[in-house]
Structure formats: C-alpha cells, structure tokens
Design a protein around this ligand. Sequence first.
Ligand SMILES: [Fe+2]
Ligand SMILES: [Fe+2]
Length: 142
Amino acid sequence: MTISTTNSDTDILWTDDFLIGISELDYEHRRVLEDINKLHQDLLAHADLDRVKTVLGRIHARLQAHFALEESVMLDRGYVNYSDHKDDHDQLLGEYTERMINYEKDPTLDNRKTMERTLRIWMVDHILTNDKKMSQMIEGGI
Ligand SMILES: [Fe+2]
Ligand SMILES: [Fe+2]
C-alpha cells in the first residue's frame, strides 16, 4: 500500500488499511487524520494565522485525548509493550508541540513544512505499525 504523506499537495487518503479493529480508536484515528488534512488545506490556502492556530490547537488537544484513551485501552488489556508505545506517543506530542510553537512564532514555509512533515509522516506510520501491532497482540491475547 502506498499512502503519500510527503507530497505537499496531497491529502492523506483514508482507506481500510488504517483500520486496527478497535472501533473507538479507529474512529479517533479517522478524526485526527481529517484534522491534519484540514490543517493542510488551510495552510495551502494561506488561511490567516489565527485560524491556523485554532486548528493547530485542536489537533494538539485531539492527540492528547486520543493518546490518553489508547493508553487506557492498553493498560486495561495488559498490553506488554505499553511503555514503549507510550514513549512513542510522548515523543510525538513533544515534537509536535515544539514545531507548532516554532511555526506560530515564525510562520515561514520551512517551519510549516517541518511541522507538517512531522505530523503527517509520524501519524500515518504510527497507526500503520505501532497501533496495528498493538491491536493484533491485544486481540490475539498476547
Ligand atoms: Fe498509538
Ligand atoms: Fe492511535
């Protein structure tokens, strides 16, 4: 499967390949990717900075809430790789926060691309690898 996340003119296309089989998490993954696409469209359309900041803040809040829910699912189900997976969440949130602040302070094209690249590549990759593996192990009783 090819999902283009680096082409700056392309939205992330939702396909069933993103489904991990835990419905509440699938629902949230879809919403997160939709917000990332919305941000992308706003940035391409040169929306004003206040509007972009609102979307950036919403993505931040959504990521925090999503990670918290996913971590509680992992804990409830006794997932053995919980702490590695949580570290990955913490790392993304930290990087995204830093790049978001950089962009808000200095909204250059370079800062925008760095921020978007982090968010788009990381989220797609994390869902397709870490989240999928987690769900397969949980559902397989590992
Ligand atoms: Fe995750
Ligand atoms: Fe997730």
